[in-house]
Ligand binder design. Structure first.
Ligand code: IMP
Length: 189
């Protein structure tokens, strides 16, 4: 990582913000709602790598209606930075057509909203029957563009979080909970 220091998973997290149990309960709640809302329809879950991987894996297994999945990868943050660049690049595109399908974007976190704003416009251009957004975390304090969020797990304060897929410098994704990273780890202290 950029600091040249190996992360210490236990000590680099100042505080557990959302526990494993809280995540599990919220995923079940969201999946229950989605299963009701999309019953009898052609739902495709489109997840955004890499941060959404654990959320996608848990959410899809808790949904009780038939779904298809697809994966995209976009980059919005460069290197180990905690600030968005505003630049969005598609690193991996959809594998299948979403034309005429009901599509749900499954995201880990919406911060400035720039990534989702871009992605939403991009997917809308592929003529899905419907297009909605499901995010586990919403950090509204830093929003730069307005985003309509249909399914939201938790609203969190303006702090940099890691775990359950979320990284700093590509590490900490494997923590089973969501924690607040010590500011000194990213040099903000
Ligand atoms: P946005 O374009 O600013 O909304 O950024 C969305 C992306 O930034 C997310 O998919 C994450 O990869 C990353 N991100 C935003 N906030 C955090 C955070 O607190 N921890 C880790 N990654 C974050």
């Amino acid at each position: 990582m950029a600091t040249g220091r190996l992360p210490d998973l236990e000590h680099d997290v100042a505080e557990v913000l959302i526990s494993e149990a809280q995540i599990r309960a919220k995923v079940a709640e969201l999946a229950g709602q989605l299963s009701l809302d999309y019953a009898g329809r052609e739902l495709t879950l489109v997840s955004v790598l890499k941060g959404s991987l654990p959320f996608m894996a848990d959410l899809m297994r808790a949904i009780t209606i038939p779904v298809q999945i697809d994966l995209m990868e976009v980059s919005s943050y460069g290197g180990a930075s905690t600030e968005t660049s505003g630049l969005v690049r598609i690193l991996k595109d959809l594998s299948s057509s979403i034309e005429g399908r009901d599509v749900l974007i499954v995201e880990d976190i919406i911060d400035t909203g720039l990534t989702l704003n871009y992605l939403h416009r991009y997917l809308r251009g592929k003529d899905p029957a419907s297009l909605r957004i499901c995010t586990l975390l919403d950090k509204p304090a830093r929003r730069l563009v307005e985003i309509e969020i249909h399914y939201r797990g938790f609203t969190i304060p303006d702090q940099f979080v890691v775990g359950y897929g979320l990284d700093y410098g590509e590490f900490y994704r494997n923590l089973p909970f969501i924690g607040i990273l010590r500011p000194e780890v990213y040099g903000a202290a």
